[in-house]
Write a protein that binds this ligand. Structure first.
Ligand SMILES: *Cc1c(COP(=O)(O)O)cnc(C)c1O
Length: 499
């Protein structure tokens, strides 16, 4: 299967090239030339044997230039003892016909592990397959979860290095300590003075820096990207929606043949896009419910067909969704306009120049056939964490709570009460302060740092602190680099030993 660019200006390439390159040369995103159909009988037969077998079925249908043996190696490394349950992504039933797809059992306690435990191995195989000898240098700007997941995914992987830049004012105590204590000979972590936008803009400049590129090339190095524009990050996410369907059938969430809805707390539109591809590939999904926080650009877009990023960015208690430009939306637009690259280029040009664009009537109708959009503000998010815990004894993190709130709104407004799979994107222990406050009250947080609150939450709920977060404050800090945004290039040169 070949991969084409959403903007139509690049030659079709094999999946290994798409994964190695990240962004298409014309500035578009790589998408498969056509979507494979997976028979539900085959999917169920594979899933009966386990997550890895299902992963093999899905990955081989998209990555046809990888051999069965190559994919087996990737899958074995990606989905094994690095997760704290052999199910990899269990589905937890509460009431209200809701099944929580727990995507936080990996090494960093957030859903990005499901893709970032696989991407490094896909990338490594891609480099080898395409006859490239370069050492791959992964640059990441992170607002918290991606950075740690990339560090864990790439640590000590031969032929790769990873450098993560995080805003020194922009991540939680737990997130910062997760990164600065990172082990692995090929990992570097740098605090950037300023906010996430500063760090991200700096990384974009590094990618575009010709001088740096030449210096790296001389030493046999090349940059690549691990963020969700890379097809190698998206394709592993399709696996768990098939898995959720299988598990939901197994545990009685879907008693009737009416299909189900999938609810995804959304930021960059990667996770929900994977669910959309699952639907197109044959999963009996009725609606995809897109749940935004107070930064409700996507909910507005689905309701009006008008995308408008010209607004203030709020910092919320679900920080991984604090985003105004959802890069993966471009892949959905491509489908909504019947894969017309000129139309996609038009939208993206207007977004760049004017900060907004309007979908045509037909594309908007199509969007609403598959998607429903809603949002939760901060108070609603907190209230939802509290009431799900009181009602079902089940702890959810603020991102997941946004999903629950919007799922309930969806049902009330549409009268559609089909069972729902809700993507539970982070462990509640990763966002302890909000969770403790929501289930125990503000008093319980006073005067305590995030590490102390881990213990408080564990004692109160009787649930164990995930291994990845236990004893975090005692681990030695290995990374202390800090730079103003203007110094990012110099720091990168030093880390890579460029002269
Ligand atoms: C990244 C992230 C999201 C948003 O996912 P997208 O694929 O960017 O839509 C939601 N929740 C958590 C916990 C995340 O880390």
């Amino acid at each position: 299967m070949k991969y084409i660019s959403t903007r139509g200006g690049s030659e079709p390439v094999a999946s290994a090239v798409a994964i190695k390159t990240g962004l298409a040369p014309d500035g578009g995103l790589f998408v498969p030339g056509s979507l494979p159909e997976i028979g539900l009988i085959e999917a169920a037969a594979a899933a009966t044997q386990g997550y890895r077998e299902l992963a093999g079925e899905i990955l081989s249908s998209f990555l046809s230039d990888y051999s069965g043996a190559e994919l087996r190696v990737v899958i074995e490394k990606a989905y094994g003892g690095n997760f704290d349950t052999p199910e990899i992504a269990p589905v937890h039933l509460t009431g209200e016909k809701m099944g929580f797809l727990e995507l936080w059992h990996g090494p960093t306690c957030a859903f990005k592990d499901l893709a970032l435990q696989a991407l490094p191995h896909l990338l490594k195989a891609a480099v080898t397959k395409t006859g490239d000898r370069s050492e791959i240098v992964i640059l990441v700007a992170t607002s918290g979860d991606t950075g740690k997941a990339a560090l864990e995914g790439f640590r000590d992987l031969p032929g790769t290095r990873v450098i993560v830049f995080f805003p020194d004012q922009g991540v939680s105590e737990i997130q910062e300590r997760q990164m600065t204590t990172q082990e692995g000979e090929n990992t570097s972590v740098v605090a950037v003075e300023g906010d996430f936008d500063k760090a991200q803009a700096g990384v974009k400049r590094l990618f575009a820096d010709k001088e740096l590129k030449t210096a790296m090339h001389r030493q046999g190095m090349a940059f690549s990207s691990a963020n969700s524009i890379n097809w190698g990050r998206l394709v592993p996410q399709i696996i768990y929606y098939f898995w959720a369907w299988f598990k939901g059938k197994e545990n009685g969430l879907f008693p009737a043949d009416e299909g189900f809805n999938i609810v995804v707390p959304t930021g960059n539109f990667g996770n929900i896009l994977a669910a959309y591809y699952g639907k197109r590939m044959g999963l009996p999904v009725h609606r995809l419910v897109c749940a935004s926080n107070k930064n409700n650009v996507l909910a507005d877009f689905i309701n009006t067909g008008f995308y408008d990023r010209r607004r203030q960015l709020y910092r919320t208690i679900s920080p991984s969704m604090d985003i105004l430009v959802s890069s993966n939306l471009e892949r959905l637009l491509f489908e909504l306009v019947d894969r017309d690259p000129a139309a996609v280029s038009g939208f993206m040009g207007r977004l760049q120049e004017e900060g907004c664009y309007q979908l045509g009537g037909q594309a908007h109708t199509r969007l609403q056939e598959d998607f429903w959009g809603g949002f939760a503000n901060e108070e609603e998010t907190m209230a939802t964490i509290g009431d799900v815990y009181r009602e079902y004894g089940y702890l959810i993190d603020p991102h997941t709570a946004v999903g629950v709130k919007v799922c309930r709104d969806y049902r009330r407004e549409t009268g559609d009460h089909r069972p729902a799979i809700i993507a539970a994107t982070a462990s509640p222990f990763k966002f302890t302060r909000s969770v403790v406050q929501a289930v125990m009250g503000e008093e319980s947080c006073r005067g305590k740092d995030d590490f102390a609150l881990l213990e408080v939450l564990s004692e109160f709920t009787g649930e164990e602190i995930p291994a990845a977060l236990r004893g975090l404050q005692e681990r030695p800090v290995r990374h202390r680099l800090k730079t103003p945004p203007e110094g990012m290039k110099e720091v990168t040169r030093q880390i890579l030993g460029l002269n």
